[in-house]
Design a protein around this ligand. Structure first.
Ligand code: HXC
Length: 257
């Protein structure tokens, strides 16, 4: 497929999606959203593709929702058009995807990174929710996902002051899984994606669903959800193969069933 604002390439079982609006530091306008919805849906539908990486440029993962696009929009349009609701289609992606963040991840850019299953950051990464300086607030989930990721104190301070968090602080605060030198960001993210892509497919989706359930339910229900999914995996051929392969001291070969 052809996209206007992103580049999509496949490397074996890994899909690499690169935001490509350099003139606007990858600001997220309606076309970027439409392109990402289509690209993630295509990734999810392609059985050969097993993990995805979303990245930006060296200077910016994304500097936010597109301020120039939002400037003329009043309440009636923002509410009437349900602005940003389309991002739920990106977060509906069933298969795993990693955000590889270098440079600015601000406002909607930080929020997009937090939609990923996890974030790997370059040492150049800067995260922030500076919307308050524009007279608004996070609109793509940032007030909720940032607070769940880093806790109230840091989330509140960042939203109220607009200050940026650098990569080292983001790692200390558990916003990102890992920080790597900027020059190695894409290679490290692809390597991690390849490792995930080599896992049994059904177990991959189950693991993602379980961890995400921790953000949607209480502990008891979450543990019930985990136990039921775990039991379901016991019925798969990949489970039989995985445990047999371990006993026979060889690598498992996965069927995805
Ligand atoms: C539209 C943007 C943009 C954005 C940058 N650009 N961010 N365009 N929307 N979010 C454009 C600039 O206008 C400029 O275009 C070009 O990208 C390069 O940016 P510069 O500002 O010249 O670069 P620099 O001086 O290096 O500063 C980088 C920066 C700054 C610190 C990241 O661009 C910045 O503060 N951007 C806005 C960050 C922000 O507030 N994000 C939150 C957005 S609100 P021209 O044409 O002039 O060269 C949001 C959710 C809101 O995300 C929800 C509301 C409901």
């Amino acid at each position: 497929a052809d996209y206007e604002t992103i580049l999509v390439e496949t490397r074996g079982p890994v899909t690499l999606i690169t935001l490509n609006r350099p003139q606007a530091l990858n600001a997220l306008n309606a076309q970027v959203l439409a392109d990402l919805i289509a690209a993630f849906a295509a990734y999810d539908a392609d059985a050969e593709q097993r993990c995805a990486v979303l990245t930006g440029s060296e200077k910016a993962f994304a500097a936010g929702a597109d301020i120039k696009e939002m400037q003329p929009m009043g309440f009636a349009r923002v509410y009437g058009e349900n602005l940003f609701a389309g991002w739920e289609r990106v977060t509906a992606t069933r298969k795993p995807w990693i955000a590889a963040v270098a440079g600015f991840a601000l406002g909607g850019g930080c929020e997009l990174a937090m939609m990923a299953d996890f974030i790997i950051a370059a040492d150049s990464a800067k995260f922030g929710q500076p919307e308050i300086k524009l007279g608004v607030a996070p609109g793509m989930g940032g007030s909720q996902r940032l607070t769940r990721a880093v806790g109230k104190a840091k989330a509140m301070e960042m939203c109220l002051t607009g200050r940026f968090m650098d990569a080292a602080e983001a790692e200390r605060a558990s916003l990102v899984s890992r920080v790597v030198p900027a020059a190695e960001l894409i290679a490290e993210a692809l390597k991690t994606a390849e490792a995930i892509a080599a896992m049994p497919p059904l177990a991959t989706i189950a693991n993602k669903e379980m961890v995400n359930a921790a953000f949607e339910t209480g502990l008891g229900m979450g543990i019930q959800f985990e136990r039921r999914l775990f039991a379901g995996l016991a019925a798969t051929e990949d489970k039989a193969e995985g445990m047999t392969a371990f006993v026979e001291k060889r690598k498992g070969v996965w069927q995805g069933r």
